[in-house]
Design a protein. Structure first.
Length: 240
């Protein structure tokens, strides 16, 4: 009788395990369909196809807290704690477009957040490129590292630093992107941008403007306004 009971418990446990696996697979399938719908919706912005393909490969639901997973594939910013947000997908697409990312580039990101934007850029620069992403909030540094590891990105490095001064150790960079609004363009970031490089940064306090900066081969800086935006503030020596 004891052996039969043990077999019965084992069978029940195995059935529960199989059912759980089936439920998880069904959930992943649903999330995949939602991601596809989201990316199709972004096509109206005229985003480059390679950016959309990169975003399609990144599982955004991995990069948000458990309580926010239901909204992972809605085109809206999401709270990730500590007064920070993960940018809306259309904004990620716009910024990646403006950066003109390609294989082999070295990128500096200021404001790692949950690591999602870095993952999309990691897709675009490929294995021969690298993304260095700086975050000042230690729990978010750990969160981003865990998310990127879980998603399988080995070409992204998350650093605990004051992003407003950049990261001179690995400078110069082909591209720099700032995911928080600065009072002005930090001089260290301009210095760390390679000649021929591009920077995208939101500037302003109450009224913010997305600025694309190009440094020509002689080191001259060319600025271009690309529309109004709303970002959390850049905090640090050259921030607010």
């Amino acid at each position: 009788m004891g052996a039969e009971e043990d077999r019965g418990k084992k069978d029940h446990s195995e059935k529960k395990g199989v059912k759980k696996q089936e439920e998880e697979q069904e959930e992943l399938h649903k999330l995949g369909e939602m991601r596809e719908r989201l990316i199709r919706g972004l096509e109206i912005h005229g985003t480059e196809k390679k950016v959309l393909k990169a975003m399609l490969r990144v599982p955004r639901h991995i990069f948000v807290p458990e309580y926010a997973k239901r909204g992972a594939y809605i085109d809206t910013p999401l709270d990730i704690g500590f007064g920070q947000t993960i940018s809306a997908p259309h904004m990620v697409a716009i910024m990646c477009d403006l950066l003109e990312l390609s294989e082999g580039l070295k990128v500096l990101e200021i404001g790692a957040g949950s690591g999602y934007n870095a993952a999309v850029m990691g897709e675009l620069v490929g294995r021969s490129g690298h993304v260095y992403t700086v975050e000042r909030i230690e729990p978010l540094v750990n969160f981003a590292r865990e998310n990127l590891k879980k998603a399988g990105y080995e070409n992204v490095t998350v650093l605990l630093e004051d992003g407003s001064v950049g990261y001179s150790r690995c400078a110069p960079y082909d591209r720099i992107v700032v995911t928080c609004a600065a009072p002005d363009i930090p001089e260290p970031l301009l210095e760390q941008l390679k000649p021929g490089g591009i920077m995208v940064i939101p500037v302003g306090e109450y009224v913010q403007e997305l600025i694309r900066i190009k440094k020509d081969n002689e080191g001259n800086i060319h600025k271009e306004k690309r529309g109004g935006v709303v970002f959390v503030p850049l905090i640090g020596k050259y921030g607010f």
